[in-house]
Design a protein around this ligand. Structure first.
Ligand SMILES: Cc1cc2nc3c(=O)[nH]c(=O)nc-3n(C[C@H](O)[C@H](O)[C@H](O)COP(=O)(O)O)c2cc1C
Length: 323
């Protein structure tokens, strides 16, 4: 089934990051498709309460794709159906995760080594739901087994309506560079839309990669960490629109505090505070005295003190910039 939403820019799925609070922050700036954190199909099947909560979506987040991982076609199909019932606009199947505990169970990028099982999963999931099904995968398992082109064709033949490829092998994890020449070759080989992924850090790079490779869309992950507004800037660039301005320091502070409040509402204290610490680090990365600030916030457990400390840091940064 063809997607009925734009796919020229997509927020990448990121475990323990693209949760509801983070997606809400990105949605303030962008209408792009966003993909959830990877969610265990087995956890959905077993009705694990924590897993089921990850499936809950809010209307304002749409369009949103739910990413599931697993290796049992029947369980994946059942999980996809449930995600569809929860309001997902797309089911994305994780065939790219390189993490040892995931691949050791035959999930994620391990499926790139078992193309026939990967095809069965895509076929079962596509038959189970009415919404589009995408597959996210890598260049291959390692440098000696780059099979993204054959893999993409097999997934298309199995019923996928959309593909996303990260131009690194499993063995690379996140080292080296994404191979955009390979991504361009994958694009040539399939007739369904292809989204390219890897190392996009700016609107300019997004447009350049899109033009060079001919992909239908760009997926961005790490660059959006601490910069939720970047997704809107990349979306504008990919659609040929003027690029919105980066929020001022004062606005960035407000955004960070809003993100903190969303985390507290969603996860409650103290978990919300612990989970928010990494986001604070990303928000302030590159700013003067960020390292000292990071150390300081990592010991704070009180919401009011944390809020004040963040505000003070930005006030100081504003003074330094003469604002
Ligand atoms: C912290 C982190 C978590 C990730 N979690 C997932 C995930 O749950 N599912 C997935 O398919 N990819 C996951 N990825 C990979 C990203 O979706 C993306 O493919 C990768 O970061 C390359 O894109 P980038 O260079 O724009 O970051 C994760 C990446 C990072 C850094």
């Amino acid at each position: 089934m063809k997607p009925d939403f734009a796919i020229s820019s997509v927020l990448a799925p990121m475990a323990e990051i693209t949760d509801m609070p983070f997606r809400s922050m990105v949605r303030k700036f962008s209408n792009s498709l966003m993909i959830s954190e990877m969610i265990s199909a087995a956890g959905i099947w077993q009705k694990n309460q924590k897993t089921l909560r990850m499936l809950k979506l809010t209307a304002t987040e749409q369009p949103i794709g739910i990413q599931i991982f697993g290796h049992d076609a029947e369980i994946m199909a059942a999980a996809a159906k449930q995600a569809e019932e929860e309001g997902a606009a797309l089911i994305d199947i994780n065939m790219g995760c390189p993490v040892r505990k995931i691949v050791n169970d035959g999930n994620g990028s391990a499926l790139m080594q078992n193309v026939s099982l990967a095809g069965k999963i895509v076929s079962a999931v596509s038959s189970a739901v009415k919404i589009p099904v995408s597959v996210k995968f890598r260049s291959g398992w390692n440098a000696d087994s780059i099979n993204a082109i054959e893999f993409a064709k097999a997934m298309e033949d199995s019923g996928a309506s959309l593909l996303a490829v990260h131009g690194r092998t499993r063995a690379q994890f996140y080292s080296g560079f994404a191979d955009w020449q390979l991504i361009a070759k994958v694009k040539e080989a399939v007739s369904i839309p292809l989204i390219g992924n890897g190392d996009i850090r700016s609107p300019k790079e997004a447009v350049a990669r899109m033009q060079e490779s001919g992909v239908d869309g760009i997926m961005v992950g790490r660059a959006v960490l601490g910069h939720p507004w970047l997704m809107g800037q990349i979306e504008a660039a990919c659609s040929g629109n003027p690029i919105p301005e980066t929020p001022s320091l004062a606005e960035q502070k407000q955004l960070q505090l809003e993100h903190l409040r969303l985390m507290l509402d969603y996860y409650q204290a103290p978990k919300g505070i612990y989970l928010f610490r990494k986001h604070i680090c990303w928000y302030v990365s590159g700013m003067r005295d960020a390292a000292k600030f990071r150390q300081e916030i990592n010991t704070i457990e009180d919401i009011d003190i944390l809020t004040r400390t963040i505000s003070d840091f930005y006030a100081k940064a504003g003074e330094d910039e003469g604002i």
